[in-house]
Write a protein that binds this ligand. Sequence first.
Ligand code: SF4
Length: 380
Amino acid sequence: MKYIDEFRDADLARKIGDAIADEADPERRYHLMEFCGGHTHAISRYGVADLLPPAVRMIHGPGCPVCVLPIGRVDLAIRLALDRGVILATYADCLRVPASENLSLLKAKARGGDVRMVYSPADALKMAQSEPEREVVFFAIGFETTTPPTALVIRQAQALGLKNFSVINNHVLTPAAIAHILGAPEVPALERPALDGFVGPAHVSTIIGSRPYEAAAAIYRKPVVIAGFEPLDVMQAILMLVRQINEGRAEVENEFSRAVTRDGNRKAQALVAEVFEMRQTFEWRGLGDVPHSALQIRPAYAEFDAERRFDLTTKPVADNKACECGDILRGVKHPRDCKVFGTVCTPENPIGSCMVSSEGACAAHYSYGRFREIPITVTA
Ligand code: SF4
């Protein structure tokens, strides 16, 4: 298939692997974080780590929307479905995220909650139009990629004068998370992974462009190479990162130039800016409260904000004690470090969020199991 097979060519992958081995200094270590779950999935599925020399170590990042969703936010949706009688619409992956009291949205559905899976926010909007006597709440999650469609339906709902549609908005921002991983003063050094560079997001960057990463790269002196989600994209990005590190550069480079520009999709950015504004702070699973890392609905669209409409307050809830998702999302632990990985916790019975979505590090490792067992190094 054109534009897919070319990026999965095994011979080319081996050649890039050889180039990385040639250029990587065997006396040093290159700790590279793939921010996105899409990259984690590609690395595991295609055995990318097997083609890398021992000097290059890949570390999973927090770029999986379902994984970083804190329990307290899922609880909001469950309570609305069970106690307030709304139709709760959301993406399939959200349905199985473990929440408080051994519940999930799927289990809430089994208890009689009207929880429905949708493929897009537009499906939820259609439900509100076709069932005007019911309240329909869309549980929106995701990074910058999925934010514009949510903004669009909120604007459409206002234009249509809908009175029974609202959104629990959980959209989060990638550059803030990268900066937080690199430099949040409240994160102890021992909880920070040793990092030399980032494989930057693919789909997110089609929206925001490459420019927003420039500040973090310059301030923290860490190179970022934006890469597509195919295995050759990832291999090429790793080669570009190794070169930058060897040359002492810390720049933002764009391997995914077939889809990403420096300025991104300005139309989508304008739409998002019209409907959303910055939240002061937002809790991420694993990262804790991260300032200016998420969006909330602007007052002009307040009637579509489910948090205001139903007077909802998010309560912080601790993760299951057995679950190491938090440390895995910060890049300081590996799925294999979790005692219940693959035994009590499996994709069929996820104990933590990292085992739910195919983009989660635990689910990717469980499905493909091809990562080499290399201990993660943390900063001293
Ligand atoms: S294996 Fe399950 S319980 Fe362990 S860290 Fe991953 S998601 Fe959490």
